[in-house]
Ligand binder design. Structure first.
Ligand SMILES: *[C@@H]1O[C@H](CO)[C@@H](O)[C@H](O)[C@H]1NC(C)=O
Ligand SMILES: *[C@@H]1O[C@H](CO)[C@@H](O)[C@H](O)[C@H]1NC(C)=O
Length: 530
C-alpha cells in the first residue's frame, strides 16, 4: 500500500516537472499580414502548454517578425525578394484595389487583378521551391520528426511539405476564394439554394434572382476558376511528389479544418465533423486605454465615441476621399478616433483625432464606444461582436464585402459603398447605427451568442491540434466523400442505372403488351370468323 502511494506521488511529481506528457513538435506554414496575427494567438497558446513551435517564415514576410526574440522558433527561408519590395508590392495592390480599380471599366479591372495574381503565384512558387528543393532544410525538418503541421492554405505548398515529411496537418482559414478549397478539397456540402457563394455579399435568405446569381457563380467557381490556378499547382505537386496528384487531393488529406468564424457570424449551413468553427479566438476583454486617449474618450460626455479604422494595411486615401470622410465625421456629436496615416484632411473636425495606431480591442470594449466604422476584416468584426458594438461597413476588397453582408443580414451593421459614397451617405449610416437602438441590440445579441459557448474558441482550436498529435491524425472524422468521383458523389451513376432499369422495364412491358395484344387480336378475329 505504502509503496503504491509513493509511486503515485513520484509519478505526479514527474508530471509536474515535465509539464505535459503529450508535448509535441509543431511546424507552422503561415500566411503574412492579418492572417498571422490570428494564427500567432494559437501558436502562443501552444508554446504556453509546453509544445515546441517552429514557424517557416519567408525572409520577405513583414508581419511575421522573425527577428524579435520570442518563444516561437523561426526557420527563415531565404527569398530573392526583400521585405521592402514585398511591402511595396502590397501597397501597389492596395492603391490599385482602393483608389484605381473602382474607376476602371470591368474588363480592365479584371486584367489588373489577374496580373497581380500571376505575380503572387510566381512568388509563392519561388518560396515553395526554396523549401522543398533545399536538401539541407528538408533533411533538417525530416530529422526533427514533427508531430503536426499547422497550415494557412491561402499560400499553397504547406500541405505538399506535410506530405513530403509524412506529418499529419491541420488547416486554419477564414474562407477561400469562392469557397473552392472547403467545397472541393474539404468536401463541405454547399447547396447553392441557401449557402451563398462567398464574395457576392449575399445572405442565406435569397430571392429567386439572387439564387440564380448564386447558382451561376457557383458554376463559375466550379469550372472556370478551378481550371485557372489549380492546374498550375496540380502540375507542381505532381512533379514534387513524383506521382500523379492534384492540389485538391493533397489538401483533402487535412485532418481538421479550423475555420475562423462561428455561428454568431456564419449563416447556419451543413458542415462536416472535421470542420471546427473557432472565430473570435483572438478576442480578449478590454484593457485600460493610454492616459491621453482615455481623457479624450471621457471628454465625449454622454454622446460617446466612434472608432474608425480601415485596418493595418490601408495607409492613405485620395485627398478627395479623406476630405469627404472627415467632413462627415465632423458633423456627429460623438468624438471620433480615426486610425489614419495619410495627410491630415483639411475638413477634419474638432471632434476627430487621427492616430497612427489605436488599441482597437480596448477601444471597442470601452463603455463609451457607440459605433465602429470598419473595412470589414474578420479580426476587427470579431472584436466588435465580442464587445457588442454596432458597425458601419466600408468594405473594399477580398472577403470584406462578404463579412459586412453577414453583419448586415444579422442586423448589426449598415454598409456604405466606399467607391461611390458621398459625405451624406456616410453621415446617415453612422447616425442610423448610433440612433436606431435595433443595431445595438443586434450587436449585443451576437455578443451574447459569442460568449455563451461550452468551450472557448481558442481552447477548441488547441484541443483539436493536440488531439491530432495524440492520435496521429483524426481519420475517424474523414468523410468517405473524398474517395468518390463527382458523379458517384451526386449518385449520378445510381440514377443512371435506375433510369436504365425503368427504361428496360417499360420497354419489356410495352413489348409484352404489344405481343399479347397482337395475339389477342388474332384469336379474337379467329373467334369472330367462327
Ligand atoms: C537551405 O537551407 C539551409 C538551412 O535552412 C540554409 O542555411 C540555406 O541558405 C538554404 N539554401 C538555399 C539555397 O536557400
Ligand atoms: C499614398 O502614399 C504613397 C506614398 O506614401 C504615394 O505614392 C501615393 O500616391 C499615395 N496615394 C494617395 C492616393 O494619396
Amino acid at each position: 500500500m505504502v509503496s503504491e502511494k509513493w509511486v503515485l506521488a513520484l509519478l505526479l511529481l514527474q508530471l509536474c516537472y515535465t509539464g505535459c506528457g503529450n508535448c509535441g513538435k509543431v511546424l507552422v506554414w503561415p500566411c503574412d499580414m492579418s492572417h498571422w496575427l490570428n494564427l500567432k494567438i494559437i501558436l502562443e497558446e501552444l508554446t504556453e502548454k509546453g509544445h515546441e513551435v517552429t514557424v517557416l517564415a519567408a525572409s520577405n514576410n513583414f508581419a511575421i517578425d522573425y527577428i524579435k526574440p520570442s518563444k516561437l522558433n523561426f526557420e527563415v527561408v531565404p527569398m530573392a525578394i526583400s521585405r521592402e519590395e514585398t511591402l511595396n508590392n502590397l501597397n501597389d495592390f492596395l492603391e490599385l484595389a482602393v483608389n484605381v480599380i473602382p474607376d476602371l471599366p470591368y474588363w480592365k479591372a479584371a486584367m489588373k487583378l489577374n496580373e497581380f495574381f500571376i505575380q503572387t503565384t510566381t512568388i509563392m512558387k519561388l518560396l515553395c521551391e526554396n523549401v522543398i528543393y533545399n536538401q539541407t532544410l528538408m533533411k533538417k525538418l525530416k530529422d526533427t520528426e514533427y508531430n503536426i503541421m499547422l497550415i494557412d492554405p491561402v499560400m499553397p505548398c504547406g500541405d505538399l511539405l506535410a506530405e513530403l515529411l509524412t506529418v499529419p496537418f491541420v488547416y486554419t482559414l477564414r474562407v477561400s476564394m469562392g469557397s473552392i478549397m472547403e467545397k472541393y478539397c474539404g468536401q463541405i456540402p454547399s447547396p447553392p439554394s441557401f449557402v451563398p457563394v462567398p464574395m457576392l455579399g449575399l445572405s442565406d435568405r435569397m430571392t429567386f434572382l439572387e439564387r440564380v446569381k448564386n447558382v451561376m457563380f457557383s458554376f463559375f467557381f466550379d469550372f472556370w476558376l478551378q481550371q485557372y490556378d489549380f492546374r498550375f499547382w496540380d502540375q507542381f505537386y505532381t512533379e514534387a511528389l513524383g506521382k500523379p496528384t492534384t492540389l485538391c487531393e493533397t489538401m483533402g488529406k487535412a485532418e481538421i479544418w479550423l475555420i475562423r468564424t462561428y455561428w454568431d457570424f456564419e449563416f447556419p449551413r451543413p458542415y462536416l465533423p472535421n470542420f471546427e468553427f473557432v472565430g473570435g479566438l483572438h478576442c480578449k476583454p478590454a484593457k485600460p486605454l493610454p492616459k491621453d486617449m482615455e481623457e479624450f474618450v471621457q471628454s465625449s460626455g454622454e454622446h460617446g465615441v466612434v472608432v474608425f479604422s480601415l485596418g493595418s494595411m490601408v495607409k492613405n486615401l485620395t485627398e478627395e476621399k479623406a476630405n469627404l470622410i472627415a467632413s462627415a465625421l465632423a458633423q456627429v456629436p460623438q468624438k471620433v478616433l480615426w486610425r489614419y496615416k495619410g495627410i491630415k484632411p483639411t475638413t477634419l473636425g474638432a471632434n476627430t483625432r487621427l492616430y497612427d495606431w489605436i488599441p482597437q480591442n480596448d477601444l471597442l470594449g470601452h463603455p463609451k464606444t457607440k459605433a465602429f466604422i470598419t473595412h470589414g476584416g474578420t479580426n476587427g468584426i470579431y472584436e466588435a461582436i465580442y464587445h457588442g458594438v454596432p458597425m458601419v461597413g466600408v468594405p473594399m476588397f477580398a472577403d470584406q464585402p462578404d463579412n459586412i453582408a453577414h453583419m448586415k443580414a444579422k442586423g448589426a451593421a449598415v454598409d456604405v459603398n466606399m467607391n461611390t459614397m458621398t459625405s451624406a451617405d456616410l453621415l446617415n449610416a453612422l447616425r442610423t447605427v448610433i440612433n436606431d437602438p435595433s443595431y445595438k441590440e443586434s450587436a449585443m445579441r451576437l455578443s451574447r451568442i459569442h460568449h455563451d459557448q461550452p468551450v472557448k474558441p481558442l481552447d477548441r482550436a488547441v484541443f483539436w491540434i493536440e488531439f491530432v498529435m495524440r492520435h496521429k491524425g483524426a481519420k475517424h472524422l474523414r468523410p468517405a466523400a473524398h474517395d468518390l468521383t463527382w458523379f458517384q458523389y451526386h449518385s449520378l451513376d445510381v440514377i443512371g442505372f435506375l433510369l436504365a432499369c425503368v427504361a428496360i422495364a417499360i420497354f419489356l412491358v410495352a413489348k409484352c403488351c404489344l405481343f399479347s395484344c397482337q395475339k389477342f387480336g388474332k384469336t379474337g378475329k379467329k373467334k369472330k370468323r367462327e
